[in-house]
Design a protein around this ligand. Sequence first.
Ligand code: GTP
Ligand code: MG
Length: 336
Amino acid sequence: MGTTKKKRELSFKEYTEGILCGNRSILSQAITLVESTLPKHSELAQKIINHCLPHTGKSIRIGITGIPGVGKSTFIETFGLYLTGEEKRTVAVLAIDPTSELSKGSILGDKVRMEKLSLDQNAFIRPSPTSGSLGGVAQSTRETILLCEAAGFNTVIVETVGVGQSEIAVDSMVDFFLLLLLAGAGDEIQGMKRGIMEMADTVAITKADGDNISRAQRARKEFENAIHLFPHKESGWVPEVTTCSSLANKGIKEIWKTVIKHQDLIEKSGILQHKRQEQTKRWMHEAILYGLKKSFYSNEDINKTVLELEKKVIEGEKSPFTAANELLAKYFKNIS
Ligand SMILES: Nc1nc2c(ncn2[C@@H]2O[C@H](COP(=O)(O)OP(=O)(O)OP(=O)(O)O)[C@@H](O)[C@H]2O)c(=O)[nH]1
Ligand SMILES: [Mg+2]
């Protein structure tokens, strides 16, 4: 980072023109701006996004999740190459990985596994920002989706590790949610996955190749039975359960066909439009909460008092609610 030549700062016009004509280097720089925490950058980023807004919303947005090692990166490589190849689509791959500071950004950090896709002229791979809270990372990913759409990508894939809250964040920004599962993963994991399974529009059992084929097929039947017990989706869509192998390139095309079938259904019924409107509203409210939180915790005076009150709360001198109310009162007084 620090060793590379510092890039000249671009103007608003250079950014917007660059993005709208699909210049990837400028798109990359704009995303960096979106991810920046400097107020100067955020301000320019917002101006750029607003300018791009009329050119957004035309892609199919797909979320992909699954536990570490399930094969997300390998799947995206094969799926992405199929899309840019046979389907003649353009694909942007983004990631939400709020833990990346700890995991050293395993998610999409390993471009090795997407070696071919990362060289593909019709694909654009953007790793997750290397640090930040889920709220911050989710917000910048949403904005990045918009920029990629404005740059002409008609398929956006958002990847996340299925271990926490980030799947919910991804679900709130995509049209179609794909859950990757391993055959034979323990009950514990499956239990934990229940919430995620309810969000899934398709569940794919990965690595269905070699010795694993029959196990994968058995798992498919089990999940198929399980998924029918879940509440029905508003669209009437019944989640599909399938098997695939990214290494043997099996079941990949079928998953794309399912995505298209689902998109058709929700587009024609008006659900897609409604879903996106709801998502946009939610983004606004989340941005408000995020902004408030950031403002609160970056207030120096509050920070000092937080430490004092934390102690009192721990020692049982004050109830957590009283302490919280005192802090809020102080905060609102400070900013008024
Ligand atoms: N046999 C087989 N192995 C696969 C397949 N897809 C992925 N793998 C292997 O599974 C391992 C994990 O694959 P990744 O694609 O890195 O998994 P991931 O979900 O991205 O993992 P994280 O980034 O750590 O969350 C690698 O060794 C892959 O080669 C497949 O279709 N068949
Ligand atoms: Mg990976």
